[in-house]
Every structure is written in structure tokens, then in C-alpha cells.
Design a protein around this ligand. Sequence first.
Ligand code: GLV
Ligand code: MG
Length: 309
Amino acid sequence: MTTRPTRPRRTTLAVPGSSQKMIDKARDLTADSLFLDLEDACAPAAKADGRKIIATSLNEGGFGAKTRTVRVNDWTTPWTYADVVEVVGNAGANLDCLMLPKTRNAGDVIALDLLLTQVEKAEGLEVGRIGLEIQIENAQGLLALEAIALASPRIETIVFGPADFMASIQMKTLVVGEQPPGYDVGDAYHHILMSILMVARAHDLQAIDGPYLAIKDLDGLRRVAQRSAALGFDGKWALHPNQIDALNEIYSPRQSDYDHAENILDAYAWHTSGAGGHRGAAMLGDEMIDEASRKMALVVSAKGRAAGM
Ligand code: GLV
Ligand code: MG
């Protein structure tokens, strides 16, 4: 089985799979990754055409270094099978991941992995190269998170789907991504975000926050994105090109934090080396640094380097 690559995903741009115009526009945008959507942004009557448009567009290329994902429909629909067979069958070599929405349990993931494996074998593609992005969008999926994360070595990310999730738990609001009116004692999403983050980190997967639907409200987007970025999430979806720059910035370390992390790593390496007297803990300015500080600094440094700092 292929070793999974770690791909930058500060921003994942959602692109309706039935819109050639939007796919063409997405090619030049600065999102780290994008997904061509056969699910909720693609009307039932447009799904068959959407599969063809997606396969042709992937084969034409021009997406630069962006991760190319296709979101198939969930297993309760009549479309998932044909989504996989047609898109992977016709453009599997030019596709990085499939995204599975509304994942309920490990079986949903295993079924997709098996189908994908068959299509890869039938088409002579490298088996296991195509990864999976798993959306958690209902109470069942959240409760089965651990089993879901272990269900396939193809999984690269666990993705929070706030809109479907809010509907699934009957949250009393229609504004996706914002706190439900009347809930004024904290962040109504904290438990969900933390649960996803814990499972993602326990299994070496990326944790991705979902969409913020008020696309003109960049202040609102920043406020909500900063929360999941602060917890440790790797990135968030963009529904509109004007959200991309803010998200790339928010899910990268600040320059001052990146510089500080590099200083910690340098100072700690010196102090623990022969030259520095083999000390386990040392001072950097007013700050005590030790092996745990080094680990925290490594996280910031790695995210900074991935962001080109
Ligand atoms: C995304 O798919 C969502 O439901 O928020
Ligand atoms: Mg959804």
C-alpha cells in the first residue's frame, strides 16, 4: 500500500462539478486544494453531465500543485457507484483524492475503498494511490469517528461538515458556521471540533474545518476560522475565491511565531549539544525551553515551511 503524502490543505476550494466555467476559473486560484463537487452543489439532473465535465477537466489538467479531489455522493443515494466508476475510470490518473460526504460508520469507508480498489485494478491504475477525505456531518459519524478513521489506510483527512451536521442534530439556527442564537455560554461547535481533532491527531490525519456560508462577510469568516486554527486544525473550506487569501493566512503560522519557533529549535539544539553542555532545559530570553517546547516549535516550523515561509 502506498505511503500517504502529507498535502498542504490550508484552503480547500469547493467547485460545483457541473460548472465548466467555475472549474476553469478555479485552475488559477491560490487555494492549496480543491474539490470538484458531485454532491450538494450539483443538482440531481446535472450529476451525469457533472461526471463527464469533471473527468474531462481533470484530464485536461492545469490545476498546478493543487490537490485535486472529487466529492462523490453519499451511500444513501443512487449515485455513488457511478460517480466512482465513471470519474476514477476515466480520469483516475489525474485525481488525488475522493471525498465521501455524510459518512456514518466504518462500513461506508470500507465500501468506498473496495469499489475504488476494483476500479483501480480494472483500469491498470496504481492501487491505493488515490486518497480519501472523510466528511463528518451527522451524529452517527461523530460517534463512530475512531472506527471510521481506522477503516482505510487511504484516509488523509477528517472534514467537519457544519451545515449537514447542524441539520442532523437539529440545531436551532439557519446560519451555517455561526453560533446558534440563544447559545451564549461558549462555542457550540467546540465538542465536535475537538473530537475530530483528537481522532485526526491520534491517527496522523489532517483535520479540516468546513464551509462558512456568508461569503461576503470576511470578518465573520476570519472569526470562525481563527477558532479552529487556534485549536490546531490544518485548514478550512472556501466557498468563494474571495475567502482564499484570508484562509491561507489564518492557517499558516504568523511570521513572528514562525521566527520564534525557529529560534527555539536553534537554541534547544545548541543547549542539548556538547557545545551547550548537554542541558535538557535552558533559557531563551525570559522563556524556559525543554523537549516539549521543541515539539511545539517543530509543529509551527513544519506548518510554516509547508506554507513557504
Ligand atoms: C458541508 O458539506 C456541510 O454540510 O457543511
Ligand atoms: Mg454537507
